[in-house]
Design a protein around this ligand. Structure first.
Ligand code: PRP
Length: 234
């Protein structure tokens, strides 16, 4: 007789905050726009192939970055316009850095590169054990010097239990004390609460805040495993 597959259920019986309970948090911003809804619908649809999934991730990341960089300081200067007049202009100041959580965070890097080409990109590899939901860091490429950084933007499409994000922030905090923004496509209330309470200076930007985690720790209704959707793996 074939052995029955038993899925671990580490979230069974674990209390979870309600969506309404976390939505009002000052350090959480959830996008709310018809364009975002339309893009998210494509991302959630299980029939969307990896290349299209990646394209949608890129578009959503642009909107998230737009929100997260609202307060970025500018270095101002003037430029000559073809009309013969000068125009006021500006460029983002140095000190902004991006940190992508592997693997799925890779799917958010291209638009970041385009919008903030001068920002260095650092990587942290975090893997979530599907039985315990604990995250372990298996790779890191972090800045050699943190005193030149002003703002670190973390990208990862999923904020489920928050374990991977919290482990990454804790790693950063060993040497960096400035502002951190976490950009995610989809989050669960549990993960949002976990990350906000783990660090008093982290801000979270999400394209969607879903209802809850299921017994296995997956965001529902969610979009599945972003890394697998992105790379066509299982
Ligand atoms: C997924 C996702 C996040 C993490 C979210 O990565 O991309 O990093 O899980 O879950 P958490 O909030 O409960 O930690 P996964 O561990 O599946 O690795 P992958 O990106 O390499 O597929």
């Amino acid at each position: 007789m074939a052995e029955q597959l038993v899925h671990p259920t580490p979230m069974r019986g674990v209390p979870q905050p309600r969506r309404e309970d976390v939505l009002g948090q000052a350090r959480l911003r959830v996008l709310d726009h018809p364009l975002v809804t339309a893009l998210l619908t494509v991302a959630r649809d299980e029939r969307t192939p990896p290349a299209e999934f990646e394209r949608v991730l890129h578009e959503l990341t642009r909107f998230l970055l737009y929100e997260a960089l609202r307060e970025e300081p500018l270095q101002t200067f003037r430029v000559p316009s073809p009309t013969g007049e000068e125009a006021d202009g500006g460029a983002l100041r140095a000190g902004l850095a991006v940190l992508a959580i592997l693997r799925a965070g890779l799917g958010m890097l291209a638009p970041v590169r385009q919008l903030v080409p001068a920002a260095p990109i650092y990587l942290v590899g975090a893997r979530r054990d599907e039985e315990t939901l604990r995250s372990t860091i298996y790779y890191k490429k972090l800045p050699g010097r943190f005193d030149v950084l002003r703002h670190v933007v973390i990208v990862d499409p999923m904020l489920a239990t928050g374990g991977s994000a919290v482990a990454t922030v804790e790693l950063l905090r060993q040497t960096y004390s400035g502002p951190i923004s976490f950009l995610g496509i989809i989050g669960a209330p549990y993960g949002v609460q976990h990350l906000l309470s783990a660090d008093p200076d982290v801000r979270i930007y999400l394209a969607a805040l879903d209802e809850r985690l299921d017994d296995r720790g997956f965001i529902v209704p969610g979009l599945g495993d972003a890394g697998d959707r992105l790379f066509g793996t299982q």
